[in-house]
Write a protein of this length. Structure first.
Length: 154
């Protein structure tokens, strides 16, 4: 069954399989997501939120999103274990001179480190956890692109 956005008629995407939360893939649509189990629909408040476009993103706009993504990654890694957190952060620094807050702009850093150092089951759990934490912010184009690149099968 394909569920369509009530505002723009685009197909909704189940953000995290099994979650029951379906997100609109149209970045200019005000519809954010629908909880399929309850039927509750969530929309962006355009009165208080500026719709993100590639041309309007400045470093100032991106800073809170970088922090949000970095904290989601940190939270996931610490939950998985302090040794995993230490290993990933050390590899980010060693291989890319980066930290978890740089991953919004460079999701391939995190993805490559996970591929090199962890088996597919652990990677899947980590990615699912990050997607779950960031799922409600996927209406931001930069966060949605980060999540898409992180979960792409190359």
């Amino acid at each position: 069954m394909i569920v369509h956005c009530p505002d723009c008629e685009q197909p909704l995407i189940e953000f995290d399989p099994g979650s029951g939360n379906y997100h609109c893939s149209n970045p200019v649509c005000n519809f954010q997501y629908m909880e399929l189990m309850t039927g509750k629909k969530h929309r962006k408040s355009t009165k208080y939120e500026e719709i993100e476009t590639k041309s309007s993103i400045s470093n100032l706009d991106k800073k809170p999103k970088r922090i949000l993504v970095g904290l989601a990654i940190e939270s996931t890694l610490v939950t998985m274990g302090h040794s995993i957190f230490d290993k990933v952060t050390a590899k980010l620094k060693e291989e890319y001179n980066a930290n978890v807050f740089d991953c919004l702009d460079n999701p391939q850093y995190l993805k490559k480190i996970l591929e090199k150092n962890f088996d597919s089951n652990i990677r899947a759990v980590m990615i699912k956890s990050v997607k779950t934490i960031l799922g409600e912010f996927a209406y931001y184009e930069s966060i949605r692109e980060f999540l898409d690149k992180l979960s792409d099968k190359d």
